[in-house]
Design a protein around this ligand. Structure first.
Ligand SMILES: Cc1cc2nc3c(=O)[nH]c(=O)nc-3n(C[C@H](O)[C@H](O)[C@H](O)COP(=O)(O)OP(=O)(O)OC[C@H]3O[C@@H](n4cnc5c(N)ncnc54)[C@H](O)[C@@H]3O)c2cc1C
Length: 486
């Protein structure tokens, strides 16, 4: 088991890597990162499907403390983002801190010792502070469709792409029309014999202002760092301004919606197909997607958009409720992630034996998305209320890194062994979130991964990201109780 570690972090994606760098730079070196997979990168290790790319410009979708001059394009593809994260981990000395192939099954807080006993599939590790960086989007969601296991051809989730499956000349069924499908379909349609895209609800897909960066741009960014800082600031301001429509003035979204309809009309001439591709809910309620080749791909004669609900999967295809059986050689589940479970399936037991999954029965709650009453010395990154529809998650993560470091520094300074958020502070925060979320576009009457199965929006931050940064500048002592172990 060994001596307790000062900090144990669960997960080595953007959150875990960035947190470890932040701690190390502050002189906190006894940090262990437990990662269940054999490599780092999280989202960008798992999503290797054709066309996988970020949808926030790379100069913004990267750490402020580790700028990258060499992005080859405005919206980088998965291999480049993964390489970036690997470089950051290497250059900041994080690699020796990561224990790969170690899955955390649960953790139990021991109030007498002020320690977390972390239970992994390779034994127990003790930690004074436990930080969860396991993301919101790392557990693939597979819909409960009858016969799914009877399919005889290759069948996989978009985040578990089977690179051994050759799609050339095959009939491919793609289930789902979210962010991944929008990137996958144009790519596979080029070589597949036929693609059936099973759509439950149409997404809003707008133009992707992508471009390759010529060599001279990269050279300029390298030679004159302020240019890169300016470019990042401009992207930030541009993306942040979209919060006005998402959160403050949902009516502004109507302007974007009109522009969307003009683009759709320009790309899809057939009024029947256009009707099928027209979303039946207000823009912004689900994630707005970007692509220049999604709609053109759907107009191909060898691509069909199927809107009849799926009744069952059969060994060689898919049967829809209208009785039609469509043959398929390969089945791709582009069906997203179990996002509102947060730390699930880990079993987290706090002070007094309280189980996190019980405490969160009606939806996850955490003060500023980071701390939970009853769970001392536990910090969440990319927790409840910290996802965005309009800007970079890395910006939110960096706010959290600073907040957690602030808490740890305060603990050291005052000789504290534990701190815990007060119930009233957490409740007041949760109420404020729910009050605000009610009037945002996220609650405008659609089903999305931002919500629990009861329709409560628990994933998203209903405000500007700079307001979140201000709120997380440093932990407010009035929000916490703290002390030494019993
Ligand atoms: C396809 C895709 C594209 C995206 N594009 C964007 C974008 O353009 N812009 C944006 O802002 N956001 C985007 N996101 C959101 C993205 O998830 C975040 O931006 C960011 O990568 C989250 O990092 P993370 O470290 O919090 O989580 P993750 O990247 O999910 O990493 C979590 C890590 O924790 C590990 N882990 C989980 N449970 C355990 C356990 N029990 N024990 C040990 N290890 C565990 C996982 O293996 C994983 O490595 C995208 C998401 C997806 C899926």
């Amino acid at each position: 088991m060994g001596a307790p570690r000062d900090v144990v972090i669960i997960g080595a994606g953007f959150g875990g890597i960035g947190m470890a760098v932040t701690l190390k730079r502050a002189g906190i070196d006894d940090v262990l990162v437990l990662e269940k997979a054999s490599g780092l990168g999280g989202t960008w290790r798992d999503n290797t499907y054709p066309g996988a790319a970020c949808d926030v410009p790379s100069h913004l979708y990267s750490f402020s403390f580790a700028p990258e001059h060499g992005w080859s394009r405005r919206f980088s593809e998965q291999p480049e983002i993964l390489r970036y994260l690997e470089r950051v981990a290497r250059e900041h000395g994080v690699l020796p801190h990561i224990r790969f192939g170690t899955e955390v099954r649960g953790a139990r807080y021991d109030a007498d010792a002020a320690l977390w006993h972390v239970d992994t599939d390779a034994g127990q590790v003790d930690a004074r502070v436990l930080i969860s960086a396991c993301g919101q989007l790392n557990r693939p969601a597979l819909p409960a469709i009858e016969g799914r296991d009877t399919f005889t051809g290759p069948s996989f989730h978009s985040a578990r792409w089977d690179h051994g499956a050759d799609l050339a000349g095959k009939r491919v069924a793609v289930l789902g029309t979210g962010a991944s499908a929008v990137q996958i379909v144009p790519e596979i349609a080029r070589t597949a014999a036929h693609v059936d895209l099973y759509q439950r609800s149409a997404p809003y897909v707008i133009a992707k202002p992508d471009r390759r960066y010529p060599g001279w741009t990269r050279a300029l960014l390298r030679a004159v760092p302020p240019v890169q800082a300016l470019s990042r600031a401009r992207d930030y301001a541009q993306y942040e301004s979209r919060a006005l429509a998402f959160i403050q003035y949902p009516k502004l979204m109507k302007v974007m919606e009109r522009r969307f309809h003009r683009t759709l009309a320009g790309q899809v001439a057939d009024p029947g197909l256009r009707a099928v591709l027209t979303p039946g809910y207000p823009m912004g309620c689900k994630r707005i997607l970007i692509s220049n080749d999604y709609y053109p791909a759907l107009t191909r004669p060898d691509v069909d958009v199927v809107t009849a609900p799926i009744e069952r999967i059969v060994p060689d295809g898919v049967v829809t409720r209208d009785g039609i059986r469509r043959p398929a050689d390969v089945l791709i589940h582009a069906t997203g992630f179990a996002a509102s479970g947060f730390l699930a399936p880990m079993r987290i037991t706090g002070r007094d034996g309280r189980e996190l999954r019980e405490v969160w029965r009606d939806g996850a709650e955490a003060h500023l998305g980071i701390t939970v009453h009853g769970f001392p010395n536990l910090f969440l990154l990319y927790g409840p209320y910290t996802n965005l529809g309009h800007n970079s998650i890395i910006y939110m993560l960096e706010s959290q890194f600073r907040y957690v470091l602030g808490a740890l520094t305060a603990m050291r300074r005052h000789g504290l062994e534990w701190i815990e958020v007060r119930a009233d502070a957490q409740r007041a925060f949760g109420r404020r979130m729910q009050d605000r979320l009610r009037t945002t576009i996220f609650a405008a009457g659609c089903e999305s991964w931002y919500q629990t199965s009861d329709g409560k929006v628990v994933n998203n931050w209903p405000g500007f990201t700079f307001a979140y940064r201000r709120a997380t500048r440093r932990p407010d002592p009035r929000h916490f109780t703290a002390g030494r172990s019993a």
